[in-house]
Design a protein around this ligand. Structure first.
Ligand code: 6GU
Length: 245
């Protein structure tokens, strides 16, 4: 997968060199290019923002540098899917991550200040798929950290990136039986630590009982932390034994 990221703070993306994604890049599974938006700003001060029409606080990112950036990075005929992080976007979920992980090329446009002049998305939409996405109901100072989050969520789903292919199936929100469920607690050695024992069932070797226990714990945790998710599940995803929990 090819990823282009445009930002006025390219240094934000240094973490993409380390850990899982750094390894994926070195293995050739992920081709990441980070671009400084200011290379497409041509005045003496490389200005990328201006005051908002209609008044109000803050600054808006000017359309011209963004237009040039997108034209230079994606001249066609092949075009990426453009992802624009913004608190006013549609929610980014595990399903969004899985969908984007199936694309050959993503271009992330990081806005700062009060956002990017709306004509940039309108213009890009005439030739490429554009997704304005939000990580949740809170406001970040810019799209950079949101892009790091999304790239990690997408990158770990790419074939060959995770060591153990099974590890994504049991994730919270994974499509299938974990959809709308939070993953329950996990344990490792020692069997007793500070007088707290690992639940017996996990040491029993009974795979059926362990699977049932894990699902019960996932249901309990979901009821406690995200009751609205359980309500969604109750509309079809619960079996008779789930309902007994
Ligand atoms: Cl995707 N961007 C910004 N700037 N703030 C956010 C967000 C994204 N998601 C939640 N808050």
């Amino acid at each position: 997968m090819k990823l282009d990221i445009v930002s006025i703070f390219p240094e934000y993306f240094a973490p993409l060199e380390i850990s899982l994604l750094g390894k994926a890049r070195r293995a050739g599974l992920l081709d990441v290019a980070v671009h400084d938006l200011r290379q497409w700003a041509h005045d003496r001060h490389r200005t990328v923002d201006d005051t908002p029409y209609g008044g109000g606080p803050g600054m808006v990112m000017k359309p011209e540098p963004w237009g040039e950036a997108l034209d230079a990075i994606a001249p066609g005929p092949e075009l990426p899917r453009l992802v624009v992080p913004t608190p006013s976007g549609r929610p980014f979920t595990q399903a969004t991550a899985a969908e984007l992980a199936g694309e050959p090329w993503l271009l992330f446009a990081c806005g700062r200040y009060e956002g990017i002049d709306a004509r940039v998305v309108a213009d890009a939409s005439t030739r490429m798929r554009v997704d304005e996405v939000s990580l949740g109901d809170f406001v970040l100072a810019g799209g950079e950290v949101a892009v790091l989050v999304m790239v990690e969520a997408i990158g770990r789903l790419l074939p060959g990136v995770l060591g153990n292919a099974e590890s994504v199936a049991d994730d919270s929100f994974a499509p299938g039986s974990m959809e709308s469920l939070l993953e329950g607690p996990v344990y490792t050695k020692p069997p007793v630590w500070r007088d707290r024992a690992v639940p017996d069932v996990l040491l029993s070797g009974h795979h059926g009982a362990i699977a049932r226990w894990r699902r019960d714990e996932a249901l309990r945790r979901t009821a406690r932390h995200r009751p609205e998710l359980l309500a969604r599940l109750a509309a079809g995803g619960l079996d008779a034994r789930d309902r007994a929990v």
